[in-house]
Design a protein around this ligand. Structure first.
Ligand SMILES: [Zn+2]
Length: 125
């Protein structure tokens, strides 16, 4: 009796294993999660936090870091020079919840942003 029910259940509810049903977190995402464990309310991002945020973004966009607000591909500016205005698509890491409102300086509150979007956002106050 119990065996019969068991067999019936097995046949009517075939268990499917597919890779998409259990997505593995990428290394970048794992690193971002790890860095987000200790919240940094009202504080800036760490270098590692910025990098992790950009890395997670790049993974979703085929290796390019794309502004999460306007979709522009961003560029990394290694060093700012005196008198040289940085490009509008310079990569900046934005606090989704503003730092001034106690937003955490960790990847879970980070968004890759172009310079122009980040400037627009901070001018809203
Ligand atoms: Zn943008």
């Amino acid at each position: 009796m119990t065996i019969g029910i068991g067999l019936k259940n097995l046949l009517s509810n075939p268990i499917k294993f597919s890779e998409s049903s259990t997505p593995q977190k990428s290394k970048a995402q794992q690193r971002a999660d790890k860095l987000s464990e200790t919240q940094r309310p009202g504080q800036p991002f760490t270098r590692a936090g910025k990098k992790a945020t950009a890395d997670v973004n790049a993974e979703k966009n085929g290796g390019k870091v794309v502004c999460e607000y306007c979709g522009t591909e961003t560029v990394k500016v290694k060093q700012s020079k005196k008198g040289v205005v940085p490009p509008q698509n310079e990569l900046q890491i934005d606090h989704k919840i503003p730092q001034s409102a106690g937003g955490s300086g960790t990847p879970n509150n980070g968004a890759a942003s172009s310079r122009s979007c980040n400037v627009k956002k901070s001018n809203k106050y």
